[in-house]
Design a protein around this ligand. Structure first.
Ligand SMILES: [Zn+2]
Length: 287
């Protein structure tokens, strides 16, 4: 019985896409000619990598994944999309924004170096050692409600540290978001894609700003994911990008709603098939 249990645990653990897997894939992308560089550091000092492919002279596309910790399946998805992208137009990809949070989901408190921080996170998690549904970063801030767009006005927002929905002390209070904001302001992309899980839908627009509907529809058609307005969205990257740049920003929610977050990796080939043309369409839209 003991052996049986530990075998199950081993099989389960091998199904994670880890930071080591990411590093391996970044090396492969670099050997294929992609530029790899860091855009900043997480709260715990881990460098946040970015991948660039294509030309910097025309309209740029920026995508990011795993800003929500439990949605780490979006990292191997965008990595696969970047490996297969061979277009001429520029694409920037931040494959794992919330590295500290992803490690917390995958490894629990053993990923946290300091006892005081372990105690803080345990308390924010209601005393549970199970962090498999954690969305936030290592300061218990939900990064995707921390951007400066109707900050703190979301229906589900909370105002103290929590596994999800805590808006932080002020907009852009978190290092991970400062890094993503600074990259966005530097490269001024014409299209942004925020990869999340789950639901197989795409959210567009912010308030009454809803640019480039034709392109949004093309991406929706190619994925098979319906296009929805996010009237009540607040504090997200897409919200901030659309409000600030008045250009096409989409939140793409991948994976069947009925699956658990940690099961989604088993469906990665299917999810990739649904998203395989997105970069080609998005980069055309960015011109
Ligand atoms: Zn999410």
């Amino acid at each position: 019985m003991q052996n049986h249990t530990s075998n199950c645990v081993c099989i389960y653990l091998t199904m994670y896409y880890t930071l080591d897997n990411l590093q391996n894939d970044l090396d492969i992308l670099a050997s294929q000619g992609a530029e790899i560089f860091d855009i900043g550091y997480t709260l715990l000092g881990r460098p946040i990598p970015c991948i660039f492919k294509g030309s910097k002279t025309d309209g740029q596309t920026l995508l990011h994944a795993s800003i929500h910790a439990r949605e780490w399946v979006t990292t191997p998805l965008v990595i696969e999309m970047m490996k297969n992208y061979d277009g001429a137009y520029g694409v920037w990809c931040v494959p794992m924004v919330n590295i500290d949070g992803v490690l917390l989901v995958q490894q629990g408190l053993s990923s946290i170096p300091e006892q005081s921080l372990k105690d803080f996170l345990l308390s924010a998690n209601g005393g549970s050692q199970d962090f498999s549904l954690w969305k936030a970063n290592a300061r218990a801030v939900d990064l995707n409600v921390n951007f400066n767009a109707r900050w703190g006005e979301g229906a589900q927002n909370v105002f103290s540290p929590a596994p999800a929905n805590y808006v932080g002390q002020h907009p852009f209070s978190e290092y991970e978001n400062m890094a993503l904001r600074d990259l966005t302001e530097r490269i001024k992309p014409s299209v942004t894609l925020s990869y999340h899980a789950k639901g197989n839908v795409i959210y567009k627009g912010f308030g009454c700003v809803d640019p480039n509907l034709d392109c949004a529809q093309k991406i929706s058609d190619s994925t098979g994911y319906p296009l929805l307005n996010s009237y009540n969205s607040a504090g997200g990257y897409k919200d901030w990008y659309v409000a600030t740049f008045q250009k096409l920003g989409l939140t793409v929610e991948v994976g069947d709603e009925s699956l658990s977050y940690n099961e989604l990796i088993n469906f990665l080939p299917q999810i990739y098939q649904q998203n395989k043309d997105v970069l080609n369409i998005a980069t055309q839209c960015a011109q």
